[in-house]
Design a protein around this ligand. Sequence first.
Ligand code: 5AD
Ligand code: SF4
Length: 421
Amino acid sequence: MNVRDSEHIIAELKGKENYSLTDDSSNADLILINTCSVREKPVSKLFSEIGVFNKKKKNGAKIGVCGCTASHLGKEIFKRAPEVNFVLGARNVSKISEAIKKDKFLSVDIDFDESSYAFGEFRNSKYKAFVNISIGCDKKCTYCIVPHTRGDEISIPADLIIREATKAAKNGAKEIFLLGQNVNNYGRRFSDLNHKKMDFSDLLEMISEIDGVERIRFTSPHPLHMDDKFLEIFALNPKICKSMHMPLQSGSTRLLEQMKRGYSKEWFLNRALKLREMVPDASISTDIIVGFPGESDEDFEDTMDVVNKVKFEQIFSFKYSPRPLTKAAEFVNQIESSVASSRLQALQNRQEEILDEISKKHLNKIYKVYFEEKRSNGMLAGRSDNNALVQTEGKDEWLGQILDVKITNPRRLALYGETIF
Ligand code: 5AD
Ligand code: SF4
């Protein structure tokens, strides 16, 4: 989401304000730091980064802080770092032109509605296009700061999404990557009360009909909204890449209630195993938090049980980090950091064993790989339909093409193979 917000900011500044990009901060007229606030670490990094940029920057250059930490700290940023010229919240990106023109500009309103704003065009990749489908989040997971920094959920009008995806496909992007905090809740609320009633499955079907779109990915869906219609369209529509992110957070129904996730361990297992049955080649990734307040050994065992049953292809695992404004930060039964660390280690060790098992299954398989990048080792890299990172020797002109690759050396983090014609 932040990567796309940065693209939007760059598009506005290039298209309307005549700026161009530079990697050299000592030569920049404007230094922007786009921030996350989901866990504490990036927030503390912000102030040290501001200090570093302030020392390096040329005379008169401005520093702007954008994103979720801007939303949540607001004018406090000016107090702690007076060298900052403006603060622009995660839901106020469209005001960037105004921000650069005024000193100490502050806009962190989480009720600001930019769901219908047509941003300028800038993309880091020519091959893959991120397209936002909603802003904000209506869930109130008790550990999560996002609803407090990005506000309530509003779906972006379907015609704006289709227009953007069509344009990206015309410019050569074969892959459309849909973004939202909760993508499969799409259509719950539009700013325009007369907007046609539709849901995420309808949107997926519409995007798959666009000429030139060969692959569709999305993140993140919520396990609670994985109804049968959604799983069926996922399974049957050939343009939808067969990789699903299913953020588990915890395998314990008791903790899931405390987290206000809205589903149980059984529901999650039912959906994940149904998906495995419907699309045996699909990959499933997840997010897991360990050390949530009150997490007992039994709760953690439930998480490990789900991990052992689903055998995720990828796990993003985090130690619980108490965040301001959230309910869970007030819970009295916070867990010792050392206990959380050892659970994290146990989870990651088990996942490595699972990955060794999984990677063996890729040997001699043939995958369609969309080549997007030349690596520093000289190899071409791309993703298979089911999101495995594949690397092979190849020619530069293969970039932007989807080619068959036979896997000859599957490793934990990447599969190596040979292109076959
Ligand atoms: N502590 C640790 N991890 C968190 N996440 C969200 N909030 C917190 C927190 N307070 C994780 C969740 C989410 C991912 C983006 O970040 O797993 O899915
Ligand atoms: Fe945060 Fe929950 Fe919304 Fe995800 S669904 S952004 S974890 S509140």
